[in-house]
Design a protein around this ligand. Structure first.
Ligand SMILES: NC(=O)c1ccc[n+]([C@@H]2O[C@H](COP(=O)([O-])OP(=O)(O)OC[C@H]3O[C@@H](n4cnc5c(N)ncnc54)[C@H](OP(=O)(O)O)[C@@H]3O)[C@@H](O)[C@H]2O)c1
Length: 337
């Protein structure tokens, strides 16, 4: 085994889109587990848009921005390789927000969950479709969107990790699923592989006209991952009493300027719309149920997923930048082990 722990540290705040020099690769001594602790070798790292918000120089909800020299924040899937804790024998797999690094010591209290992989579900899926992004889709759609069979559900960033899952959950609930994604190739993937009824390209002209054709009966649930002009356009075609779960604001994360002003506020009373934000970490009680349902759907083929996997921790900064630029299909991961 290697004698050091490779880490990615935060180096500086980006001005707009991050660049590789906003990160720093560093070597730390291999951590040694004390009493009641165990050493994890991290197999996969999850790259997620919220990490951009922690870097500063853009829109953020977080009061706790990273400082130069801090370990980059992120979830990993790790395997216990050395242990002084009988509850975590060697070979146990766990998921936790333990940072962009190849190894880490834990006492088990800072974990999200222990992975007991279901047949047909690979370990990497527990960072995506059966992990935090799948559960985000489940919570936002089922608890906030509350679609009914026959309704039309629209979701943005539909070829990504959360979005691809939202549309498939909607289909499973008997809804019409319409995706919004960047470019014809992504739209084809969303229709052909993820099984949405339609997917429209926000980079092509006339998004409103495309939406009218794809959702001829109007929109009952808009699962919003991006905010901005796309939100305005979809609100314009929402039906009375439509629900709008606000999951994220991808169009803003690299933007330190004034926020885009929503132009359709009057529709809240015209159409009695309901917009409600949600944060995954506020719904921890429901994670096991959501994960179990998602595992079943993956195992029996009702839920398809894609992973874009970069190789090696040194590749994490470039892969992260690529994800923010839309280079990923489905979940963006880094394979570490
Ligand atoms: N509320 C919560 O608790 C919670 C938890 C997890 C994630 N989230 C949010 O869920 C959303 C999706 O996250 P994810 O992990 O599944 O990421 P993702 O969709 O897999 O990856 C990001 C995608 O965003 C799209 N994008 C980038 N800039 C955009 C822009 N200006 N306008 C429209 N689309 C843009 C790109 O796809 P295109 O090529 O299609 O542009 C890119 O592939 C994010 O807003 C994230 O912050 C929220």
């Amino acid at each position: 085994m290697t004698d050091h722990n490779t880490q990615v540290l935060f180096n500086s705040s980006p001005d707009g889109m991050p660049t590789p020099d906003n990160f720093k690769i560093a070597e730390a001594p291999m951590p040694v587990p004390g009493d009641g602790e165990f050493l994890l070798k991290n197999l996969y790292l999850s790259l997620d848009p919220y990490q951009r918000m922690l870097m500063g120089g853009g829109w953020t909800y977080s009061p706790n921005l990273l400082q130069p020299g801090d370990l980059m924040v992120g979830r990993v899937l790790g395997e216990v390789v050395e242990t002084n804790n009988p509850d975590f024998p060697v070979g146990t797999h766990v998921v936790g927000r333990l940072g962009w690094q190849t190894h880490v010591v834990s006492d088990g209290t800072n974990l999200d969950f222990v992975v007991n992989p279901k047949d047909g579900v690979p370990l990497s899926a527990y960072l995506g479709v059966c992990g935090s992004t799948g559960v985000t889709a489940w919570v936002g759609l089922k608890m906030t969107g509350q679609p009914k069979a026959g309704e039309t559900v629209v979701v943005s960033a539909a070829a990504g990790s959360v979005g691809s899952c939202v549309g498939q959950l909607a289909k499973d609930m008997g809804c019409r699923a319409v995706g919004i994604a960047g470019g014809p190739d992504k739209c084809k993937l969303v229709e052909d592989e993820f099984g949405f009824d339609a997917c429209i390209d926000y980079k092509a002209p006339d998004l409103a006209g495309q939406l009218k054709a794809a959702a001829p009966d109007g929109v009952d649930v808009y699962f919003d991952n991006v905010g901005g002009e796309i939100l305005d356009t979809v609100m314009g075609q929402c039906n009375r009493l439509a629900r709008i779960p606000i999951c994220g604001v991808l169009s803003r994360y690299n933007d330190a300027g004034d926020a885009y002003g929503n132009k359709n506020m009057h529709l809240f009373f015209d159409k009695s719309l309901k917009m409600e934000g949600f944060v995954l970490s506020h719904h921890k009680e429901i994670w096991p149920q959501a994960r179990a349902e998602l595992e079943d759907m993956v195992a029996d083929g009702r839920m398809k997923y894609r992973e874009t996997v970069a190789q090696g921790i040194e590749a994490a900064p470039e892969a992260f930048i690529g994800m923010l630029q839309g280079n990923n299909l489905g979940k963006q991961l880094v394979k570490l082990g």
